[in-house]
Design a protein around this ligand. Structure first.
Ligand code: MF3
Ligand code: CO
Length: 291
């Protein structure tokens, strides 16, 4: 149940203004949707100006890591070297790599090659080769604020089929970004992502999705990319979450590596691609915090 505060109390957003002169009408609007049966965000996942600034500073480090990976990635390099780049860049800029030690994850970044869907663990024995596609998923903490984004990299000459998968997956994220509008639903966005993948003959992983991100690594809501219009959580200004569909060339079925209990693979061994962007819902759409 979304709750209000007294009209003359200072607003919860930290503006210093009275509630009635600040977010009271905004809160009434949310409660109106809740009364109609919509799933609405809790106050905690609506960020204040100060929190948004903190998340943006974290995102700067996150993007610097991925920019450095982009400049240095090449055939013959191990995924462990990518881990070093991310760990070093993050620390040099005063941040902490969020994956390291997260639920026991052993490295500072996820590196997922070809049929690895996500959560690949960097290793000195995984060497990039000509024709590989790889997702590098970087997550950063700065002063308690979290950022999360990932990019695909094509190593040397990749097949036209793999190139198309990488390009279409990026377009899926762009379709999602266009569908982020306040006072519409997460399901409108998820459906736009899914539809573009389906239009190109691909599938989208159902079990793993995006997430709220900012004050924690993974906050509410869970973000599905196989959802239906008008369903899931209401989007309101101040929410920060990721759009990160995993798009498969073949089946959407996946399995978890039994040995490390982390790495996710496609069940049919066909390639999978993923791009991830973190967005802030604004008054008229969204602002990209990463990419
Ligand atoms: N970065 C991933 C995401 O986008 C989460 C990875 S969890 C980790 O949500 F522990 F593997 F890092
Ligand atoms: Co994420």
């Amino acid at each position: 149940m979304y709750t209000k505060i007294g009209s003359n109390e200072p607003c919860w957003c930290g503006s210093g203004k009275k509630y009635k002169k600040c977010h009271e009408r905004f809160d009434d609007k949310i409660i109106g949707y809740e009364l109609k049966g919509a799933l609405v965000p809790s106050r905690k996942i609506i960020k204040t100006k100060e929190q948004v600034e903190g998340i943006k500073a974290s995102a700067k480090i996150n993007m610097a890591c991925l920019d450095r990976v982009a400049a240095e990635i090449h055939a013959g390099m191990s995924t462990e070297e990518i881990d070093h780049i991310v760990a070093e860049t993050t620390r040099e800029m005063g941040g902490i790599p969020a994956p390291l030690g997260y639920e026991g994850f052993p490295k500072s970044v996820c590196t997922s090659i070809n049929d690895q869907v996500c959560h690949g663990i960097p290793s000195p024995t995984d060497i990039l080769k000509d024709g590989d596609i790889i997702n590098v998923d970087c997550s950063t903490i700065l002063n308690g604020y979290f950022s999360d984004s990932s990019r695909m990299f094509c190593i040397g000459e990749v097949s036209p089929e793999k190139q198309k998968l990488v390009d279409v997956t990026r377009e899926c994220v762009e379709a999602g970004i266009k569908a982020v509008k306040p006072w519409t639903f997460m399901g409108d966005m998820g459906h736009a992502v899914h539809q573009h993948a389906l239009d190109n003959g691909y599938t989208v992983v159902r079990e793993i999705g995006g997430h709220g991100c900012g004050l924690e690594f993974h906050e509410d809501p869970f973000v599905s990319f196989v959802s239906k219009p008008g369903t899931e959580m209401l989007m309101v200004p101040g929410m920060t979450f990721t759009i990160e569909p995993m798009v498969n060339m073949g089946t959407d079925k996946i399995f978890v590596d039994e040995e490390n209990d982390w790495t996710i693979y496609t069940r049919d061994g066909k390639p999978s691609a993923q791009w991830e962007v973190q967005v802030l819902v604004t008054e008229d759409g969204c602002e990209l915090l990463t990419w």
